[in-house]
Design a protein around this ligand. Structure first.
Ligand code: BGP
Length: 485
């Protein structure tokens, strides 16, 4: 039986990690243009100017002081400014994706490339860029899968509105979406609103100047309302649009069968299901309302907010899956790395060079958990293995470790479809071409089937070359997932 005949095999990228051209043709700054590089041990920093005019830097998760604005220091290297230059290489790259037989290609639109200050000033050159990209995809029969916003809010909205903490940003976002929906309604069918909405909690991602829980809760309400409005608007503009949500799904297992560990694990997973429950079921779950009550968090809910959320539920669930983790009540468990968060180490799992628990079965587990809870079509829009790839003397790159990771994860997906009956619509491995790491800003941490000559300091020819996994994945797609050897 295998995967559905129209299964959307492809690859995934994000504007701020891939495009470069950070000021090209009228693009405005996004918050991520002010984020330095880092490493597995050195955090990425935000460079900013205080309201007194002092130039400072702060770690990515820390709240910017009130009134501070993002600042680009001419003496600092920022990975997003060139990244791996999709802006000038899009024809070459899409041709390579077509060689692999991609049925789809996931990319994100840079809000500040299309609307430089994030409000209402549309940049025609920005719209043209994505017209050209979508035309190039469709030329090869590749379906664009568009993430409307992938971590990069326009810096102007962060600096002048405090980002999503400000209800006005709802209207700015709806305007941005109306602009791109109308412009690309005959080229793009699949959309998703916010990338990994459950990870959006800081200045870099949502433009807020506070770590306060009530500010984050209010910002998420605004984003839920915006997403719901956009889902309804999109269906009006083109009834064939499929508009999804996108979550970072890191399943945690109870470290022991101690009932307290099991209960705590279920309660911990509420932090992830909260975002899915609101966007898939159309209302705030009781466990969250009870939590807000306990914490004294009072949302400023306007009269139509909950009605919009109820009416604007999504068509499918997109999610990123890289790893799993464990949860326990006793806290002297070894900590290891993780996607945007540190996690507890599972003694039964190997970890990647960045400490991420490698768990192919966890992908089948997550598909069951999600599909059973919501019954909506599921789309794995990120999965992959960040590794240091070696270019041999003869130019070959033998990333057998990546092939091994994908082989096991695709088999797990297949079992979820064939044995468990999950309605899985597509699979877009993350970083199908080498791009900048979100967590560390590194190029060293490579995910691609295609190698790009670029290092962590911005040195390199940007030359593209095929890794061993390029032809392996081509074969997987050709066989619709049957041939994984
Ligand atoms: C997810 C993001 C992606 C990508 C991925 C890999 O959280 O949606 O943008 O970055 O993680 O993480 P990293 O790039 O830190 O290795």
């Amino acid at each position: 039986m295998g995967f559905r005949k129209d299964f959307l095999w492809g690859g995934a990228t994000a504007a701020n990690q891939y495009e470069g051209g950070y000021l090209s043709d009228g693009k405005g700054l996004s918050t991520l243009d002010a984020i330095t590089g880092g490493s597995h041990t050195k955090p990425r920093m935000i460079t900013f100017k205080t309201k007194e005019g002092e130039i400072k830097s702060i770690t990515r998760e820390s709240p910017l002081p009130e009134g501070a604005v993002g600042y680009i220091d001419p003496n600092i290297y920022y990975p997003s400014h060139v990244a791996t230059d999709f802006y000038n290489h899009y024809k070459e790259d899409i041709a390579l994706f077509a060689q692999m037989g991609f049925k789809c290609f996931r990319l994100s639109t840079s809000w500040s490339r299309i609307v430089p200050n994030g409000m209402y000033d549309v940049n025609e050159k920005g719209l043209e860029f994505y017209d050209n990209v979508f035309d190039e995809c469709l030329k090869y029969g590749i379906e664009p899968i568009v993430t409307i916003n992938h971590f990069d809010i326009p810096m102007y909205l962060a600096d002048h509105y405090d980002g999503w903490a400000n209800r006005e940003v709802i209207d700015f976002f709806v305007f941005f979406c109306e602009t791109i929906f109308n412009r690309y309604k005959d080229k793009v069918k699949y959309w998703m609103t916010f990338n990994e909405i459950n990870f959006l909690r800081s200045w870099t991602q949502i433009g807020i100047h506070s770590n306060d829980e009530s500010v984050k809760a209010q910002s998420w309400l605004h984003m839920f309302v915006a997403s719901a409005k956009v889902v309804q608007l999109g269906h009006k503009i083109n009834e064939n649009f499929k508009i999804g949500m996108m979550i970072a799904y890191i399943p945690t297992y109870a470290l022991t069968c101690k009932p307290q560990d099991n209960l705590d694990n279920v309660l911990h997973m509420h932090d992830t299901y909260f975002f899915m429950d609101v966007q898939c079921k159309g209302k705030y779950p009781n466990y969250k309302l009870k939590e807000y009550e306990r914490k004294g968090i009072k949302l400023d809910i306007c009269e139509n907010d909950l009605e919009e959320i109820a009416k604007g539920t999504v068509d499918y669930i997109g999610y990123s899956y890289y790893m799993s983790s464990v949860w326990t009540t006793d806290k002297d468990v070894e900590v290891t790395g993780g996607n945007q968060v540190n996690t507890y180490k599972n003694p039964y799992l190997e970890v990647s060079d960045w400490g991420w628990g490698i768990d192919a079965l966890g992908l089948r587990y997550s598909l069951n958990e999600i599909y059973d809870r919501y019954g909506l079509p599921v789309f794995i829009v990120e999965n992959g293995f960040g590794a240091v790839d070696k270019v041999e003397e003869d130019g070959s790159i033998n990333d057998d470790y990546r092939i091994d990771y994908f082989r096991k994860h695709i088999q797990a997906m297949k079992d979820a479809v064939e044995i468990d009956g999950v309605d899985l619509i597509g699979y877009t491995p993350w970083g199908c071409i080498d791009i900048v790491s979100a967590g560390t800003g590194e190029m060293k941490k490579r995910y691609g089937f295609i190698y790009v000559d670029m290092d962590d300091q911005g040195n390199g020819s940007l030359k593209r070359s095929k890794k061993k996994s390029f032809n392996w994945y081509k074969k997987v797609i050709e066989s619709n997932g049957e041939d994984l050897d």
